[in-house]
Design a protein. Structure first.
Length: 179
């Protein structure tokens, strides 16, 4: 299966064709001498379980349904270390400084062709200031009420909860949880 969105070579504009490269079928330029291959590498993303006062701050992106709250996350910038990237995202999205940061792991998100670098962040006290160009809202959920979801950042949340002795059911993203 070919996942790339490329249909034409960005170098010479030839229509791409399916060819085996690196043990997989990928879109490649058929023009001799060009050599372009759409490798379809995953996009690096950073995400954090932002904890403050025994609760985790979840955010809702603009344009998403009212129940779609998830972890603070964003794209890694060119040349940026993942730790610096998640500190930046937390500051941009909710305006909080991070006191302690713990690396949790790497989680592939095949559906969106992303690779997620996940962290647990203890936030400093302070007023939450939403990045209004990206976010529509936030809520703080007590740790024992959190329910992980099966995709994206959900497996990182599931693993983090399990390491703390919580084994809640995995629910579909957007399932309403009462505070």
């Amino acid at each position: 299966m070919i996942e790339t969105t490329y249909r034409y070579c960005p170098s010479c504009q030839s229509a791409l064709v399916a060819r085996e490269h690196g043990g997989r079928v990928r879109r490649a330029c058929p023009r001799e001498g060009c050599g372009f291959v759409a490798w379809d590498n995953p996009v690096p993303v950073v995400a954090a379980i932002v904890e403050r006062d025994g609760e985790v701050i979840l955010v809702r992106n603009l344009g998403r349904p009212e129940t779609w709250y998830g972890l603070v996350a964003g794209f890694l910038e060119k040349g940026e270390h993942p730790e610096a990237g998640i500190r930046r995202e937390i500051d941009e999205e909710i305006g909080l400084a991070v006191r302690d940061l713990e690396y949790l792991g790497i989680y592939p998100f095949e559906l969106r062709n992303q690779i997620i670098f996940a962290y647990h962040a203890l936030a400093e006290p302070g007023e939450i200031r939403l990045g209004t160009d990206e976010l529509a809202g936030y809520k703080s959920i007590p740790i024992e009420r959190l329910r992980p979801w099966p995709h994206g950042t959900g497996p990182a949340l599931r693993d983090w909860l399990a390491a703390r002795g919580y084994h809640p059911p995995v629910v579909e993203f957007g399932t309403h949880v009462e505070k």
